[in-house]
Design a protein around this ligand. Structure first.
Ligand code: COA
Ligand code: AMP
Length: 633
């Protein structure tokens, strides 16, 4: 089958508004859009400015009304707790409507913010949908972040209420969320009025008097009283959620997603990119704390009427490298979406794919990869063992869905390994060189997207319009700066090679080296520091910090290095995976004082390096190489 991609992309280019007007027909509107795009509204324009809708109605109620209430909406599979549970669309509607009534009882109304700090459990999704149901704006915070990171998010969005789980469960330990939440609320200036706490049996935690309410008891009481909240009408341009992501500094950026545009874009992708039909099982093995979780564990599959899987486990060790293949067989997964790092972890433990032989994965039709660059070896390994198309696709928290992909629903285009294939409709991509001139084909540069961004993309940064403009829009007027570098080849294939800013990607998790540097610099013995991302065979990258101590510091280097590793874990969280701190005498700098992070990265990665012409003292690079060698790197 030849791909209809070129024709569909042309259709969008010829008349973008008509393209999205047609796509919008797949959504249930309370007031259907008359106007498709208002270029004068918002930071760069707003989609569906006069439409009214509700995300929860599209994700839940409309499937029940269509007679599909008995179909599984959510399958929860948790090898770390030994639990499995299925919720039908009708059950999901009942749970969501009841929780939404509880939220109301606690004073949460349309436009209020609610932080969700939970694990990969159905209640996290029920919480998100309950907020959407009453027009409250949810902000999910990944469980691997520490109290200080949670506090920053609380202060930024000032939630009226926090939905929390008492604990998370990692394979090697129970993560006590309650004390982390207590510390975060203590640190935060804009404290939430209440916490609704799901007390998990692994560590139920004692509720804080006057602040914490027992989730289960509150829901049961509401049910006994027959309380149930209906979906409220919201403007298509109203925020559905805020999702914080890492920027170049320690202050996280609150990506604001609108409602109507997001629904339209996700629904379009379910058929055209993922080729999934309503009723089929779609599994995004990510976490609801990340954008992939928002779009493809929760909203995408549910809007489309598919069945989604909430998997509380890892690709390996829960209990073995056959975990993914078991889930695929047991739940009849048609399409799997994960990060390349998960496959590399499986490949390391089971290079020949022998665990796969124990399971029948014949219902799997495709594997999608995103979150970091997919190395050709990993793609080819997965293709070989699974014998299904493996699709690398590129996207960001900001975009909410794939910028570039090989759209299976339109017919797969030939694969070029290392490329996420073509820009999707809505994305007009350019590559520019250091001077801002168009780079030629095959020339590396900064990847830009011409404004307006398509429906579903960020419409703002919460409370930070100036940062939104400065970070994404000001450098190249008329364009959105992706922060990724890459090139487009002669056949129009996009190649994304990595970030051009201080953001690194560790096990598919986006992290700020600037944020880690701020924490390290807060140590009383540290004079200055630089954190780089160095290559890692499994996680893609791992952070490595070079530290210069203040003169006269006492204590061994080893002790201070250990303290710094612990400090980053305590302040940023275990997800930072910061395990390497190296004390050095000096950092390599240009004559104007800029730290040469790129040169340090090349040395750490054992890539060929030459001494930058602008360096102040070339001998410092040899010192860095020696310090790394001494650590066995
Ligand atoms: N709550 C608390 N702690 C968490 C957590 C959570 N939700 N998620 C991860 N952590 C902790 C881990 O326990 C680990 O702690 P440790 O240092 O005590 O071992 C640390 O954060 C780092 O976690 P991670 O980077 O996930 O490493 P890992 O060794 O536990 O697992 C992989 C490695 C590759 C198996 C795992 O990272 C993975 O499955 N990655 C897929 C990533 C993904 O889905 N990304 C989303 C984008 S699509
Ligand atoms: P996040 O916002 O956490 O989804 O991370 C987005 C970043 O991950 C992008 O800016 C890229 O650097 C990287 N990324 C995501 N998907 C891909 C991909 N398919 N290929 C290369 N890089 C990717």
């Amino acid at each position: 089958m030849t791909s209809a991609y070129a024709a569909v992309y042309k259709e969008w280019r010829d008349d973008p508004e008509l393209f999205w007007r047609k796509a919008a027909k797949a959504i249930d509107w309370i007031k259907a859009p008359q106007k498709i795009f208002d270029a004068g509204a918002g930071v760069y324009g707003l989609w569906f400015p006069d439409a009214v809708c509700n995300a929860c109605a599209n994700a839940v109620d409309r499937h029940v009304e269509a007679g599909r209430g008995d179909q599984a909406a959510i399958i929860y599979d948790s090898p770390v707790t030994g639990t499995k549970r299925t919720l039908t669309y009708a059950q999901l509607q009942e749970e969501v409507g009841t929780l939404a009534a509880v939220l109301r009882k606690h004073g949460v109304e349309k436009g209020d913010r609610v932080i969700i700090y939970m694990a990969m459990i159905p209640e996290a999704v029920i919480g998100m949908l309950a907020c959407a149901r009453i027009g409250a704006i949810h902000s999910v915070v990944f469980g691997g972040f520490a109290a200080q990171e949670l506090a920053k998010r609380i202060d930024d969005c000032a939630p009226k209420l926090v939905l929390a789980a008492s604990c998370g469960v990692e394979p090697n330990r129970v993560v006590h969320y309650k004390p982390l939440l207590d510390e975060a609320i203590e640190l935060a200036a804009r404290k939430p009025a209440a916490v609704l706490m799901l007390r998990r049996p692994q560590e139920p935690a004692t509720p804080t008097q006057g602040r914490d309410f027992d989730w289960t008891a509150e829901v049961e009481a509401a049910r006994a009283q027959g309380l149930f909240a209906d979906c409220v009408p919201v403007a298509a341009t109203d925020p559905l959620y805020i999702l914080y992501t890492s920027g170049t500094t320690g202050a996280p950026k609150g990506v604001v997603r609108d409602t109507g545009g997001y629904l339209v874009a996700l629904e379009w992708t379910m058929s055209n990119v993922y080729d999934v039909k309503p009723g089929e099982v779609f599994w995004a093995a990510s976490d609801v704390g990340w954008v992939v979780g928002h779009s493809y564990i929760v909203y995408g599959p549910l809007i489309h009427g598919a069945t989604t899987i909430i998997y509380e486990g890892k690709p390996v060790g829960t209990p073995d490298p056959g975990a993914f293949w078991r889930v695929i067989e047991e739940h009849g997964v048609a399409s799997l979406f994960t990060a390349p790092t998960a496959l590399r972890a499986i490949k390391k433990e089971d290079p020949a794919g022998t665990w796969l032989q124990r399971y029948d994965v014949s219902r799997l039709r495709a594997l999608f990869l995103a979150g970091e660059r997919a190395d050709p070896d990993t793609i080819q390994w997965a293709e070989k063992i699974l014998n299904v198309p493996v699709v690398d696709h590129w996207w960001q928290t900001e975009t909410g869905w794939a910028i570039a992909a090989n759209p299976l629903g339109l017919g797969m285009a030939p694969v070029k390994y290392g490329s996420p294939t073509f820009p999707m409709p809505g994305y007009d991509l350019s590559v520019v060189d250091d001077l801002g001139h168009d780079a030629g084909r095959n020339e590396m540069g900064t990847i830009l997207l011409r404004l307006p961004l398509p429906p579903g993309n960020l419409v703002a940064l919460w409370n930070q319009e100036a940062r939104m403009r400065a970070g994404y829009l000001d450098d190249f007027p008329g364009f959105y700066k992706t922060g990724d570098g890459g090139y487009v080849d002669d056949d129009g294939y996009v190649f994304v090679m990595g970030r051009i800013d201080d953001v690194i990607n560790v096990a598919g998790h986006r992290l700020s080296t600037g944020g880690m540097e701020e924490v390290i610099a807060s140590h009383p013995d540290v004079a200055e520091c630089a954190v780089i991302g160095m290559n890692d065979a499994i996680k893609g990258e791992q952070p490595c910090g070079f530290i210069v101590l203040k003169a006269g510091t006492s204590g061994t280097h080893e002790r201070i290095e250990k303290e710094l590793v612990q400090l980053v874990r305590d302040k940023v969280g275990p997800v930072a995976a910061f395990k390497t701190a190296i004390v050095v005498d000096r950092l390599p700098k240009t004559r104007s004082g800029k730290i040469l992070r790129g040169a340090m990265k090349k040395i750490a990665d054992h890539d060929p390096w030459t001494t930058p012409a602008t360096i102040d003292d070339p001998a410092v690079l040899d010192d860095i190489a020696d310090a790394l060698k001494a650590k066995g790197i």
